[in-house]
Design a binder for this molecule. Sequence first.
Ligand code: ADP
Length: 303
Amino acid sequence: SIIVFGSINIDLVATTSRLPVAGETLLGESFFTTPGGKGANQAVALAKLGIPTQMIGRVGNDNFGTELIKNLQISGVQTENILIDESVSSGVAVITVDNMGENHIIVIPGANGQVNQEDVKRLSDLLPTATTLLLQLEIPLTAVVAAAKAAKDLDINIILDPAPAQTNLPDELYPLIDIITPNEIEASQLVGFPVNGEETAAKAAAVLLERGVKCAVIKLGAKGVYCATAEAAFFIPAFSVHAVDTVAAGDAFNGGLAAALFHKLPLCEAVIWGAATGALSTTKPGAQSSLPDRITLEKFLTE
Ligand code: ADP
């Protein structure tokens, strides 16, 4: 199986004709909730592609937590190793968005911020059954590093999505990573110079390889993907689609990439699966609701 060790969130979205100023009460237009969190999104991407997927993380002891776990189960993700944390709320993003698309967002890590050594212990118990571990940076960095160490000891393939963007990752993390998958912003922050296309992506990939990762896959949005290992480097242009919403394109990419590697496809084929899954996710609104299933992906790849 593939294990995703990371964040589980719910977005609470209120739409209004304009954003309120401090102290103001406004009548809004609509309200909806939608599940997210980079960890949960990547787990759903994998499960929809038919991969046996275990999610490890935390939700709070509230209605959102129950809903988030149920949602993962409906998508086919195994949830027995998600802990219900009694001490805090579930991870939430409180989002206000106006008619122009302008927004205010408050992210409360809640249970995601509590992920620690205890969760790494549950991960360690499960790792012998796994081929691959997917990590992101929406839980405490100490837990991410500990998880990577536990997986490294068992020779499990480790894919790190260094998102949200951070400037300083611990030096010891890089050599533990098989594949790092930053987008342009995340790559820029990690290497300290702007990454905005194939040429700068090649420079950034060289820096990341130098720091010890085995493979750097740099996601360049609608431009495509750059991939480099010590042996080879290649660029794959993005699939041409009618994009309506790029939310979770990066998570979709990581799901597609890991799914292909699970099927033992070669790296360059796996990057194509990632790019196709990312592209398909942009053709529908929403995060998890936009992720393609295996039949849709296979059809898209053979067209
Ligand atoms: P993130 O969502 O992390 O910012 P990107 O925007 O780079 O990541 O998207 C991830 C991948 O999804 C891209 O590398 C590309 O393969 C695919 N993708 C994203 N946007 C588009 C688009 N508009 N058209 C086609 N493919 C896209």
